[in-house]
Design a protein around this ligand. Structure first.
Ligand code: SF4
Ligand code: SF4
Length: 106
């Protein structure tokens, strides 16, 4: 999810409910992510709770995908979230999974 000012993301949220959102375990503490919102995947990797399952949805995603959404931990979100940009390949894949139109990268 990209920054709220920019953003088609506030009416989307597909990437927060399509992929496993995993990251190096120490990032959670470094960013101040609440412990109960993350879970271990391996001894080195953690992920956002809710994203490591067949129908992923990050526990921090609020609202309805494709309508109106926000991230409850936006300032603490891991690099994995920051690396997805509106209109990039991951974005298009996630949006397609929800039947949402592709958007152009800014
Ligand atoms: S899928 Fe794309 S438009 Fe939707 S929230 Fe993620 S980055 Fe934003
Ligand atoms: S932490 Fe926020 S930006 Fe990252 S997947 Fe969850 S809801 Fe989306």
């Amino acid at each position: 999810m990209s920054s709220p000012e920019a953003s088609p993301c506030t009416t989307c949220g597909a990437c927060c409910a399509h992929f496993r959102v995993s990251f190096y375990w120490a990032e959670a503490e470094a960013r101040g992510l609440p412990e109960d919102l993350t879970e271990a995947v391996t001894p080195w990797l953690s992920c956002m709770v809710g994203t490591n399952r067949a129908r992923p949805r990050c526990v921090a995603l609020q609202g309805r995908v494709g309508e109106s959404v926000s991230c409850a931990v936006y300032d603490q979100r891991p690099d994995t979230c920051r690396s997805v940009e509106a209109g990039d390949a991951q974005c298009l894949k996630a949006r397609a999974g929800y039947g949402l139109e592709p958007i152009k990268q800014e």
